[in-house]
Ligand binder design. Sequence first.
Ligand SMILES: C[S+](C)CC[C@H](N)C(=O)O
Ligand SMILES: N[C@@H](CCS)C(=O)O
Ligand SMILES: [Zn+2]
Length: 329
Amino acid sequence: MGFQKAKTSLEDLIKKAGGCAVIDGGFATQLERHGATINDPLWSALCLIKDPDLIKRVHLEYLEAGADILVTSSYQATLPGFLSRGLSAEEGELLLKKSVTLAVEARNKFWDAVERNPGHSYNRALVAASIGSYGAYLADGSEYSGCYGPDVNLEKLKDFHRRRLQVLVKASPDLLAFETIPNKLEAQACVELLEEENINIPSWICFSCVDGENAPSGESFQQCLEAINKSDRVKAVGINCAPPHFIESLICKFKELTEKLIVVYPNSGEVWDGRAKRWLPSTCFDDDKFEVFATRWHDLGASLIGGCCRTTPSTIQAISKVLKDPKQS
Ligand SMILES: C[S+](C)CC[C@H](N)C(=O)O
Ligand SMILES: N[C@@H](CCS)C(=O)O
Ligand SMILES: [Zn+2]
């Protein structure tokens, strides 16, 4: 094509979506529902090696459900992770790039089909490159504890994130999504890295939360947001993969702590057992509850809303329906 489509900014998308853009839902969850086995240190990123077609299929299912933003398959895709299973650095970098191109291809395919259908109610989706926390890479559940041990300092976290960030940025996603950040140090590392690498792709930084009040490390969100609030490169902050019943009060808290856009995409309420590597039942939201609460979350000030682990395309369909056409619900 001889021209480049004008890039839709995050703010434009939110406006087009009626004040709140819908993020997709549990990516790994949907892979597993299709039979993928991801009990592996690479977790959902294993499919980049084993079954890239399935990744694209899941992206398409979330688009069909009404997602305005696709989060890529790179949450647990890291260069040290790929190296430790015998891949070369070059192969690892190609897989990271592929995580973005799979989502972009799904988005383009879906949009080409939808555009031919006058009267459709979809928006052209944006692709957010997922950047899972250091704890995700450790694969020991520490994205929900924030306990990285005494040897992990700011420089080590920046070193961990740097090359992956560079490679993902080179693949030209629309957004960057830092996910399940569990402590202040890692939030600071992400912000400093965006600055040092002069990254101009808009980012969001999301924290996990296990007590409904603080970051998993026990540090207050006020402490965690200090560095983020000083950065123009971070457009939105919020919470992902925390229980949905925490979200209302966390949005109110974040509203007091920041002027940035607020992003929330909770899990179903089930709790991850990092040792047994499985989800334990707990107080959960079904799709109907997500539908009711999505409106409240939006009214309280969230402008990016979706689902995380254990939510599915039907969850996203419920959220999308109520946010885009409240009268119909
Ligand atoms: C968001 S958690 C459920 C991802 C998996 C975890 N990092 C692990 O590998 O155990
Ligand atoms: N986006 C991730 C989950 C983050 S907790 C995935 O499903 O791969
Ligand atoms: Zn999750």
